[in-house]
Design a protein around this ligand. Structure first.
Ligand code: NAI
Length: 329
């Protein structure tokens, strides 16, 4: 039988982990014929809770689950990993300054970047969900000099899926009619969900909506602030949808995006669309066999230019801040 694919997940005892692990174990990433070994990283105080989650994984008797390793040492957990989903991060707590948050996460993602560099399999792909996702990915990438930069991505697929869902609801069409959605920039409130290149049943989405006021003052803020709206309603942050988007992103990266469509992924910029080289920014990308390509040649009007520039400026600020902290060179 096939060798198991080794999938490392960090923050495995957290909220997103509780949804994500069961999806991966049941075959959502690699299908019913590929066994998966889960390699789960947590901080020491959360290992007991993680043992409980592993008991539940056992109790599902998933045919595709070929074993589970848990631990608190990234050098051990990332050993031989083919895919690493970096979900665990230090949340912002009361009284914490932005700089404190960046340095707490900096410590996590420098260490994990080095451990991936030294121990992961040669075909490793790394997806960062933990916030601030783009900058955490930048820190991990910068601390893993032997891993090609294209192997790192940060999650904007949840924003992408939210944008599809909002547009489908507005036009009262199934989500399957919507293609070519793009999230540009940072996974933050400055992100730019772009309807000018999206299509509804093959026709331009902005034209189909025909309402610039809705686009600017309802659609964009609803998508960008959806995370806060979920916290307000649910009392805790989006977890099942974040796990689902983490699955969608990894699956499409490895298996390929659909024909005549693209996905949003935050990847290292090559300077496309005026995004400074080296920043991890969300772009429209097509994917195939674990590689991605930024979709080229889209016309960017003044409105979109302003929105993209604002989000990219925030990414540059975050990069400068972690540079100042010595987390990247
Ligand atoms: P959570 O707080 O429930 O779980 C996080 C887990 O990470 C905890 O169990 C914690 O012990 C663990 N952790 C902390 N430091 C770690 C380390 N150094 N190594 C391994 N594990 C570590 O949080 P939740 O809700 O699961 O969210 C996880 C992250 O995902 C957060 O940063 C959140 O902001 C982010 N997020 C990102 C989204 C996106 O679209 N990119 C969407 C939703 C959440």
């Amino acid at each position: 039988s096939a060798q198991p694919v080794k999938v490392a997940v960090t923050g495995a005892a957290g909220q997103i982990g509780y949804s994500l692990l069961f999806r991966i174990a049941s075959g959502a990433l690699f299908g019913p014929d590929t066994p998966v070994q889960l390699r789960l990283l947590e901080i020491t105080p959360a290992l007991k809770a993680l043992e409980g989650v592993v008991m539940e994984l056992d109790d599902c008797a998933f045919p595709t689950l070929a074993g589970v390793e848990i631990g608190d040492d990234p050098n051990v957990i990332f050993d031989g990993a083919n895919l690493a989903l970096l979900v665990g991060a230090r949340p912002r707590t009361k009284g914490m300054e932005r700089g404190d948050l960046l340095s707490a996460n900096g410590a996590i993602f420098t260490g994990q970047g080095k451990a991936l560099n030294d121990h992961a399999a040669d075909d490793i792909r790394i997806g960062v969900t933990g916030n601030p996702a783009n900058t955490n990915a930048l820190i991990a990438m910068s601390n893993a000099p032997d891993i090609p930069k294209e192997r790192f991505s940060a999650l904007t697929r949840l924003d992408h899926n939210r944008a599809i869902s909002q547009l489908a609801a507005k036009l009262q069409v199934p989500v399957t009619e919507i293609t070519k959605m793009t999230i540009w920039g940072n996974h933050s409130a400055t992100q730019y969900p772009d309807l000018f290149h999206a299509e509804v049943s093959g026709k331009n989405a902005a034209e189909a909506v025909g309402d610039q006021d809705w686009l600017e003052n309802t659609f964009i803020p609803t998508v960008a602030k959806r995370g806060a709206a979920i916290i307000e309603a649910r009392g805790s942050s989006s977890a099942a949808s974040a796990a689902s988007a983490t699955i969608d992103a990894a699956r499409d990266w490895l298996n390929g995006s659909a024909k005549d469509d693209w996905v949003s992924m935050a990847v290292v910029s090559d300077g496309s669309y005026g995004v400074p080289e080296g920043l991890i920014s969300s772009f429209p990308v097509t994917t195939k066999n674990g590689d991605w390509e930024i979709v080229q040649g889209l016309d960017i009007d003044d409105f979109s230019r302003g929105k993209i520039d604002a989000s990219v400026a925030e990414l540059a600020e975050e990069r400068d801040a972690v540079k100042e902290l010595g987390l990247i060179s």
